[in-house]
Design a protein around this ligand. Structure first.
Ligand code: 4NP
Length: 155
């Protein structure tokens, strides 16, 4: 049985596609990628069908992450059942996801990415969409750090 992890942000074009790629890279490096199914989604369907934001792709590729996912909205009718861990990037994502939970068991699967941070005190992965290069780099820094913490928690 694979452990199924879904990363969720607002648009599913910046943070959660990056989280998906960073965590996939981490479990691959550990040699356990066959034990995981890793995906991403957005709480908002506006960018559905689009590849990741070009700025995010450009920053990610510099660190060796190829962002291949295509934006899709979170589906409360299937995603709560399919995944073991559903991980939001900021407080707004967490509120939107909690609002879409159908029951208490759904909520037990809901986690905040920065709760797995080891070296950062940020309480959210900030939305980089309207900012500059630094915001995209911070997203990757936070995701790399929290991926390690997430993996350790799952083990
Ligand atoms: P993401 O970033 O939630 O990390 O994918 C955003 C993408 C799009 C928008 C906002 C944030 N938007 O307003 O369209």
């Amino acid at each position: 049985m694979k452990l199924k992890v879904l990363f969720v942000c607002l648009g599913n074009i910046c943070r959660s596609p990056s989280a998906e790629a960073v965590f996939k890279g981490y479990v691959k490096k550990k040699g356990v990628d066959k034990s995981f199914f890793i995906d991403s989604a957005g709480t908002y369907g506006y960018h559905e069908g689009e590849p990741a934001d070009r700025r995010m792709q450009r920053h990610a590729i510099k660190r060796g992450y190829n962002l291949t996912s295509i934006s899709r909205p979170f589906n409360p009718n299937t995603d709560w059942d399919e995944f073991d861990y559903i991980i939001g990037m900021d407080d707004s994502n967490m509120r939107n996801l909690a609002d879409m939970a159908r029951n208490k068991d759904d909520l037990k699967k809901l986690y905040m990415m920065t709760d797995f941070s080891k070296n950062y005190n940020h309480t959210e992965v900030p939305d980089p969409y309207y900012g500059g290069d630094q915001g995209f780099e911070l997203v990757l820094d936070l995701l790399e750090d929290a991926s390690e913490g997430l993996y350790n928690q799952i083990q």
